[in-house]
Design a protein around this ligand. Structure first.
Ligand code: AMP
Length: 281
């Protein structure tokens, strides 16, 4: 049975014991409300590591006061069962009090370079990526994994975590994993549970925009401005577009000419639900 551990010293001791036996540790950080996207990360970790640890922690310091921290779906026992079904050895599920025992206000934070955190989602979610980088570094220090698995779904987050690990010499290998989608094309997200059936159909237009861009690019057009403006028309009229951008995957700089490896990222609100998606050409 997959055990839930909430205390930092207990998960540390547990992992230490396995490491002393020469076992490799794979780690999947999540905020819970687990779906097939999360499961794909667990399965990848399961296939590459001896022991798999999943963390479930809705991290208060990455939410702005006007965001959905309070209503974010929490379903620990159902999540534990999903972890068990995917061969996860331990779930680390601390409380905010355990993670931020000296309070959230005056803790030391990881600050990502502005050029990476101030674009895409960072424009509307001020300080979000510093909250993410801080909790991920804390989790790495607690779990001390050999490999950690992140979804390409959160492309900017993946970029920022990889950069943090390089810059701060954190001894962990970061593995990026592909986006898992519903058959319809909608990227799986814990926030999809906020959507009504009608809103889900509208939400589908995000992935349709990306598909259109991909097919235009494959047809030989490489003019980013033209292709993106054209594709944006597909977005449902009730969706509020926050950004649709083409970026260089390696530098996160905006690109005018689409090429292999260009990241196309979109964010839009359907009602009050903010959704993101992306593709790499
Ligand atoms: P979250 O619980 O939303 O913080 O996500 C935890 C991890 O799961 C992150 O690395 C996400 O990028 C990843 N993830 C979320 N949705 C998907 C998806 N549809 N496909 C693949 N990975 C995902």
């Amino acid at each position: 049975m997959t055990q839930i551990i909430s205390e930092i010293n207990v998960i540390r001791e547990t992992v230490k014991n396995w490491k002393q036996q020469g076992k490799t540790i794979g780690f999947v950080p999540t905020m819970g409300a687990l779906h097939k996207g999360h499961e794909s990360l667990m399965l990848k970790a399961r296939s590459e590591c001896d022991i798999v640890v999943v963390s479930i922690f809705v991290n208060p310091i990455q939410f702005a006061p006007n965001e959905d921290f309070d209503k974010y779906p929490r379903q620990l026992e159902a999540d534990r069962q999903i972890c068990e079904n995917n061969g996860v050895d331990f779930v680390f599920a601390p409380t905010p009090q355990i993670m931020y025992s000296e309070g959230q206000e005056n803790i030391t934070k990881v600050v990502s370079p502005e050029i990476f955190q101030d674009k895409l989602c960072g424009k509307s979610r001020i300080g979000h990526f510093n909250g993410v980088a801080t909790v991920v570094l804390k989790l790495f220090n607690i779990v001390q994994p050999d490999k950690a698995y992140f979804g390409q779904k959160d492309a900017q987050q993946l970029f920022i975590i990889k950069k943090m690990v390089r810059d701060l010499d954190v001894p962990v290998e970061i593995i990026g994993c592909p986006i898992i989608r519903e058959e319809s094309g909608l990227a799986l997200s814990s926030r999809n549970t906020y959507l009504s059936e009608e809103q889900k159909i509208k939400a589908l237009t995000l992935s349709k925009v990306l598909k259109k861009i991909e097919s235009d690019y494959k047809a030989g057009n490489t003019n980013a401005k033209e292709i993106l403006e054209n594709a944006a028309d597909i977005l449902d009229n009730d969706a509020c577009l926050e950004y649709l951008e083409a970026l260089d995957t390696f530098s996160m700089g905006k690109t005018e000419i689409l090429k292999c490896d260009t990241l196309i990222a979109i964010a839009a609100k359907i009602g009050t639900v903010r959704l993101i998606d992306n593709i790499i050409l």
